[in-house]
Design a protein around this ligand. Structure first.
Ligand SMILES: Cc1cc2nc3c(=O)[nH]c(=O)nc-3n(C[C@H](O)[C@H](O)[C@H](O)COP(=O)(O)O)c2cc1C
Length: 240
């Protein structure tokens, strides 16, 4: 699969078949994710790959607490309510997903059902809980940046193998449950999880293509020639 095709075509997958995912395939995908660049090659991320009963316990504990109204308990700073253009984009993807699933704006029951699917990690057969080394929190947000690069590598590698994935903050909303069920070491911070499995072709939300900005909208270029070439200035001419 061409890398550009994969980057263009990939989308979050939120409906999965019952087909199992082999550990060997996961190891292949995770090996590719491990190739991500990181600050000074520190490689601060860890992948806890859950399935079967362990994953069932995570979804059960996470969902039950959310349903019972327990305050979300995450280990990274909560992003809170988005505003302005970010809120607009958030609403945009929600509308696309609800439209695909035939969930009406006023249908509170089905909207709640959709939210609960997220807390259950969309009933995926596999979930990768992503953590990073806690000691690096003293060095600012760079470890989160590094882990994010690895997570994008993970979802792209999964896509290249025909697997579907969704990065799923909802799945670790009750992080103490995840920590206990998945036996996460105390010296790691739970960042997110990625739900994975074989895409269910019948699941309408899997066809939703989220919008993106054009290069002209969010990229700026400076110092390029009038003919569009970016060149280095010969050292002798470079400004002192
Ligand atoms: C940090 C992060 C957390 C996310 N958490 C969720 C989530 O909890 N539930 C969900 O349905 N999608 C979640 N997503 C997926 C985003 O909604 C999705 O990536 C975005 O809408 C763009 O769509 P695409 O991945 O199909 O291109 C998350 C993505 C990221 C990067």
């Amino acid at each position: 699969m061409d890398l550009f095709d994969a980057m263009r075509d990939r989308r979050s997958i939120r409906g999965f078949t019952d087909a199992p995912v082999s550990r060997a395939l996961m190891e292949e995908v995770l090996a590719a994710a491990n190739m991500a660049p990181s600050s000074m090659n520190t490689q601060p991320w860890h992948f806890h790959v859950l399935s079967g009963e362990v994953l069932e316990n995570v979804r059960k504990g996470n969902s039950e607490r959310m349903l019972a109204g327990v305050e979300p308990s995450r280990e990274i700073m909560a992003h809170g309510a988005y505003e302005g253009v970010h809120r607009d984009r958030q609403v945009g993807i929600a509308k696309q997903l609800f439209a695909a699933m035939g969930i009406a704006r006023e249908d509170k029951v089905m909207r709640q059902d959709w939210v609960m699917r997220g807390f259950r990690q969309f009933d995926a057969p596999v979930s990768v809980v992503v953590t990073y080394d806690k000691v690096l929190d003293e060095h600012g947000p760079i470890a989160v940046f590094d882990a994010g690069a690895a997570v994008y590598g993970l979802v792209l590698a999964a896509w290249a193998k025909g697997l579907g994935a969704v990065i799923n903050g909802q799945g670790i909303m009750q992080s103490p449950v995840v920590r206990e069920c998945a036996d996460i070491p105390e010296d790691q911070v739970i960042l997110t999880c990625v739900a994975l499995g074989w895409p269910d072709e019948e699941f309408a939300a899997n066809d939703v293509k989220a919008t993106r900005r054009e290069v002209s909208e969010n990229c700026s270029f400076q110092g390029f020639d009038a003919d569009g070439a970016g060149r280095r200035t010969p050292r002798s001419e470079a400004a002192e």
